[in-house]
Write a protein that binds this ligand. Structure first.
Ligand code: MN
Ligand code: MN
Ligand code: ZN
Length: 291
């Protein structure tokens, strides 16, 4: 019984929240949806444009965070989609680094400690070359934005993407200038695409083991909770609502029952903006017996 109540107190769950109503509305939307953490884009994600929030907006955001009792230590920004830190094209690479730095500054002004980043796609130039570009870009970021930690997200192994295995993420972490400021996000859909089968106990144990050996489990700061429209090992990157895809309720019940997983915040990125994830957050809670 005691452990049951501890779980209730500990679990951090939320979803990707829209910023179209303003940053300052996000804490309230989070709590209204049944969450206690969130992820947001720092700007409109399909453009190269990003502007810093005014002092007034940043202050109001912080007031709302306090009002809705959401701790800053576990909230997240997700980088824009145009950024490609592995791009072999110099102009794209420079624009990407510049935008990432602006995103980091937005995080800093809002007080958000983590910026979730896709390592990047080598677009045909090869993984080694791509990896070198990523490391160079991250070093530039770490030097310029001293207060924000980068979360490298595991990606789907398609389109020249780098970072679809734990080992590849470790290869990046091991050679950056400030490895203590690079952490990890595990996306369950992308992982399923790459062959990580979290539907069985052994599969989750294997994954946890691989994380521990590659970069240390302590480094995993967020779980992107997405079911998959594609079967295991098929890299389509199609997010599905929890329970409706190939991982399924049974698979998630298994995955989410691990204490190591319960200690990490869960953030939904499923196709579900209409009710701001209210039903789906409740559904995930029901899977582990919280409601
Ligand atoms: Mn992502
Ligand atoms: Mn994701
Ligand atoms: Zn995805």
């Amino acid at each position: 019984m005691l452990s049951f109540f501890l779980v209730i107190l500990m679990i951090k769950i939320g979803a990707h929240m829209p910023i179209s109503y303003g940053f300052e509305k996000v804490p309230q939307m989070t709590v209204d949806s049944g969450g206690n953490t969130f992820q947001i884009f720092p700007h409109s994600p399909r453009t190269w444009r990003a502007s810093l929030p005014s002092k007034k907006v940043a202050e109001e955001f912080q007031v709302q965070m306090k009002k809705y009792e959401i701790p800053f230590e576990a909230v997240f920004c997700h980088c824009g989609y145009l950024i490609n830190l592995a791009s072999p094209k110099d102009d794209i690479w420079h624009k990407s680094v510049e935008l990432l730095i602006t995103e980091g500054k937005i995080c800093h002004l809002l007080g958000i400690p983590y910026l979730n980043v896709h390592p990047g796609s080598h677009t045909g130039a090869g993984e080694e070359e791509g990896m070198n570009r990523i490391v160079k870009a991250l070093n530039e970021f770490l030097k310029t934005v001293p207060t924000v930690t980068v979360l490298l997200e595991n990606v789907s192994p398609k389109g020249g993407n780098i970072g679809y295995t734990m080992e590849q993420l470790a290869q990046i972490i091991n050679v950056v200038d400030q490895p203590s400021r690079i952490a990890v996000t595990y996306d369950t859909c992308h992982g399923f695409d790459a062959g990580y089968d979290i539907t069985s106990k052994e599969g989750v144990e294997r994954l946890l083991d691989e994380m521990e050996k590659s970069f240390g489990l302590w480094r995993v700061k967020m779980i992107h909770l997405n079911d998959s429209k594609a079967p295991l090992g098929k890299p389509l990157d199609r997010h599905e609502n929890i329970g409706k895809g190939y991982i399924g309720d049974k698979g998630f019940r298994n995955f989410l029952s691990f204490e190591q997983i319960q200690n990490i915040p869960w953030v939904l990125e499923t196709p579900n903006e209409e009710d701001l994830y209210t039903k789906e957050i409740a559904h995930v809670k029901s899977l582990i017996g919280l409601i």
